[in-house]
Ligand binder design. Structure first.
Ligand SMILES: Nc1ncnc2c1ncn2[C@@H]1O[C@H](COP(=O)(O)OP(=O)(O)OP(=O)(O)O)[C@@H](O)[C@H]1O
Ligand SMILES: O=C(O)[C@H](O)COP(=O)(O)O
Length: 479
């Protein structure tokens, strides 16, 4: 018989859990006093963008003081959209982007998403007469390593921006300064990989100062690297004013903080991936906010074992059994409807050509391992998702890299695409779930696909990102 793991948790959230979330973030109480009220990005209203930052800040302020948001003066980050031609014309602007794109053996770009995502900010700057000094890392080089040069990015950047992008062979020093000084208004100079200097990751002030010396002001649009306190993401802000957020950074915050903290309800979170240990923070944080939590991926077997079910040779973290039990109890206490798959696709080995069959989640035989969620679970998950208005998804439902075990993940991707078309806010929180959505070819219809893996995980865990914290604040006053 199928396990009844799902039925031991109530299907409806309590009204108190709804009230608690609403009390923690109440952006409607706020009057925004910032020109960035006008700003919008990709169909996202300006007020909603700011509400996201405000909501994040309120939670921090409220958390520290132990009091709610009422009457608390809070701040929001200054935006590149606040800068007009009067601020930008002829100015040298240091733009930190995350152009850490995958390259094949011949150094061709295999996915240009991150380059495309950086374009709106750069276009805004060049169309307002700024001189753009563009900086990024690529990979994790140890010292100067030609295979990690940013040179292969120049043709695609030039094509997307419609101008000839210049390239420096270094990111600091007299030669770079000469190229910067030769930049025309509306020109773009791409600096060499900033991680060729070990001082970058060490966030050494002297190195940050040298980067800053190239420019008049700073824009951080590197969402994927915003969780790193590096010289070009954090240190440089101490020497360049103003230091403002780019459009991509804002959009990521709007969805991953704003839509998640203040969601249209019911709000469902889908968490998958390999191990529960790497998702504890995310699950705990989402349990505070969501109405429905769907779990899939390798982590579910730790939950099953904690409930006394046989798990065969499935992935299990034996030191996390108590944790799994406590997460189930927490969900129950909070009135969150936590659904574990009731059936699984099992395999006789971890391989694309493994023998496979579907069994109830409570009946995995010895020698077999669960590699995907089963069809009954997909149906239950889809029915639950049909009731929602906001969905965030992080981590695949199974070993989607093997076609035979990709069905559950692909079904969820298709369901989110369908619901997105019906007005549900669908957010894909980075990492492998993005790859899965792209594999199914439904990336374009999602409300938001994060460009950050580690950064989006940290945000979903409720952490502050150093690259965001360091930016200038625009005063927002609570009334
Ligand atoms: N049942 C399973 N058994 C073993 N591995 C699984 C299972 N289900 C999913 N996985 C694996 O989990 C991996 C993704 O897990 P991870 O925790 O890294 O997710 P993610 O957060 O989406 O990715 P990233 O860490 O890149 O952000 C995939 O490679 C997938 O094959
Ligand atoms: O790909 C990423 O997640 C970002 O570019 C950050 O890279 P890092 O993990 O090497 O800092």
């Amino acid at each position: 018989m199928a396990s009844t793991a799902a039925t031991s948790f109530s299907l409806l959230p309590t009204s108190s859990s709804r009230r608690r979330v609403a009390a923690v973030v109440a952006p409607s109480r706020l009057t925004l006093r910032s020109p960035s009220r006008r700003l919008g990005f990709a169909g996202v209203a300006a007020d909603s963008l700011l509400a996201a930052h405000v909501a994040a800040k309120i939670r921090t302020v409220a958390g520290r003081s132990g009091k709610g948001p009422r009457g608390v003066a809070v701040m929001a980050k200054k935006s590149v959209g606040d800068l007009t031609a009067a601020d930008l014309k002829g100015k040298k602007v240091f733009v930190r982007a995350d152009l850490n794109v995958p390259l094949d053996e011949d150094r061709n770009i295999t996915d240009d998403t991150r380059i495309r995502a950086a374009v709106p900010t750069i276009k805004h700057l060049i169309s307002n007469g700024a001189k753009v000094i563009l900086s990024s890392h690529l990979g994790r080089p140890k010292g100067v390593t030609p295979k990690f040069s940013l040179s292969p990015l120049v043709p695609r950047l030039s094509e997307l921006l419609g101008i000839k992008v210049e390239k420096a062979d270094d990111c600091i020093g007299p030669e770079v300064e000469k190229l910067v000084n030769a930049l025309p208004e509306g020109g773009v100079l791409l600096l060499e990989n900033v991680r060729f200097y070990k001082e970058e990751e060490k966030n050494e002030p002297e190195f940050a100062k040298k980067l800053a010396a190239l420019a008049d002001l700073y824009v951080n649009d590197a969402f994927g690297t915003a969780h790193r306190a590096h010289a070009s993401t954090e240190g440089v802000t101490k020497f360049l004013k103003p230091s403002v957020a780019g459009f991509l950074l804002q959009k990521e915050l709007d969805y991953l903080v704003g839509a998640v903290s203040n969601p249209k309800r019911p709000f469902a979170a889908i968490v998958g991936g390999s191990k529960v240990s790497s998702k504890i923070g995310v699950i705990e944080s989402l349990l505070e906010k969501c109405d429905i939590l769907l779990l899939g991926g390798g982590m579910i077997f730790t939950f099953y074992k904690a409930q006394g079910f046989p798990v065969g040779s499935s992935l299990v973290e034996d030191d996390k059994l108590e944790l799994a039990t406590s997460l189930l109890a927490k969900a129950k206490a909070k009135g969150v409807s936590l659904l574990l798959p009731t059936d699984v696709v099992i395999a006789d080995k971890f391989a694309p050509d493994a023998q496979s069959k579907v069994v109830p989640a409570s009946e995995i035989p010895d020698g077999w391992m669960g590699l995907d969620v089963g069809p009954d679970s997909v149906k239950t998950f889809n029915d639950a998702l049909d009731t929602t208005k906001t969905i965030i998804w992080n981590g695949p439902m199974g070993v989607f890299e093997f076609d035979k075990f990709a069905t559950g993940t692909e079904a969820i991707a298709k369901k989110l695409a369908e619901l997105s078309g019906k007005g549900v806010t669908t957010i894909i929180g980075g990492g492998d779930s993005v790859a899965a959505v792209e594999k199914v070819g439904v990336a374009d219809v999602m409300s938001h696909i994060s460009t950050g893996g580690g950064a989006s995980l940290e945000l979903l865990e409720g952490k502050e990102l150093p690259g965001v914290v360091a930016l200038d604040e625009a005063v927002v006053v609570a009334v």
